[in-house]
Design a protein around this ligand. Structure first.
Ligand SMILES: NC(=O)C1=CN([C@@H]2O[C@H](COP(=O)(O)OP(=O)(O)OC[C@H]3O[C@@H](n4cnc5c(N)ncnc54)[C@H](OP(=O)(O)O)[C@@H]3O)[C@@H](O)[C@H]2O)C=CC1
Ligand SMILES: O=C(O)C1=N[C@H](C(=O)O)C[C@H](O)C1
Length: 236
């Protein structure tokens, strides 16, 4: 497989190192000051983007021009930017996931199921913890879990709490903790009368995300243009 990388920060470097271990050719690496060069890159099997929403314009142009598979792991997109990525599925196989670990793919289902089974009597809170350099909050994974737990937006989302604001029954609290070098921890808690159920995923390193993204590229590269999810690639 031949890939190219957008973003050569913590994740891009980890993906490059995992690609080398697996004998995967990296045809180009693009970051803030050379992203314009993506215009000159020929078709690769998969473009893997772990960068910033600011790269989207160049990435979208590349995918439209070549039809290469896109594995996008960048978080912090606006609704309009996410729609732009979705539109790329008309001309290429595309996956956009805030988390490429298999553990979070399972956590998503467990959390959705727990919310259904426990019902409205249980208060739901999502807490995510990441390293001090993370740019966006809350994490893309926290948003992904929120959508899975409450797909129709029946509950109000409350981001952090301060001051006089007693909890209401129909809300989901989302809290972002930042510090040190934490690779990523997500906990979904369900608090009922006299009991608590908490589900936690703990990333011990970025390797799980990097390997997950490479596997997604391997599975997508020969697929028809379309929109793919972690569920399509892992569980079907
Ligand atoms: N889906 C998943 O499983 C995971 C997703 N992520 C997400 O991946 C993204 C990157 O994370 P991380 O590697 O820690 O971040 P870093 O800050 O370490 O790296 C960001 C990289 O993006 C580059 N970049 C910034 N702006 C542009 C641009 N306009 N065009 C091209 N490249 C650009 C930076 O280059 P420069 O130095 O030139 O600015 C840098 O190389 C984040 O959104 C993060 O949330 C992270 C882990 C797992
Ligand atoms: O920026 C990170 O580091 C991570 N970002 C992703 C997110 O926003 O959910 C995934 C992972 O938790 C690490």
């Amino acid at each position: 497989m031949k890939i190219a990388l957008v973003g050569m920060g913590r994740m891009g470097k980890m993906i490059a190192s995992c690609a080398e271990e697996r004998g995967i050719e990296v045809a180009g690496t693009f970051l803030g000051d050379n992203i314009g060069d993506l215009e000159k890159l020929g078709k690769v099997d998969a473009l893997i983007d772990f960068s910033s929403p600011a790269a989207l314009h160049a990435v979208a142009a590349y995918i439209r021009r070549t039809g290469a598979a896109l594995v996008c792991g960048t978080t912090g997109y606006s609704a309009e930017e996410a729609a732009e990525i979705r539109s790329l599925a008309e001309c290429a196989p595309v996956i956009l996931s805030a988390n490429y670990s298999v553990g979070v793919a399972v956590l998503k289902h467990l959390s959705a199921e727990a919310a259904k089974l426990l019902g409205d009597d249980f208060d739901i809170e999502i807490v995510e913890t990441h390293h001090r350099m993370k740019a966006d909050a809350p994490s893309g994974t926290a948003k992904l879990l929120l959508r899975a737990i409450d797909p129709e937006g029946r509950r109000r989302t409350v981001y952090g709490r301060e001051g006089m604001m007693k909890r209401e029954g129909n809300e989901i609290g989302v809290h972002a903790v930042r510090g040190g070098t934490v690779a990523g921890v997500h906990t979904v808690s369900f608090f009922g009368p006299d009991e608590e159920l908490s589900l936690t995923h703990r990333a011990e390193s970025r390797r799980i995300f990097a390997l997950g993204a490479i596997k997604a590229g391997e599975r997508l590269k020969d697929r028809a243009p379309g929109w793919y999810t972690m569920d399509d690639l892992l569980f079907s």
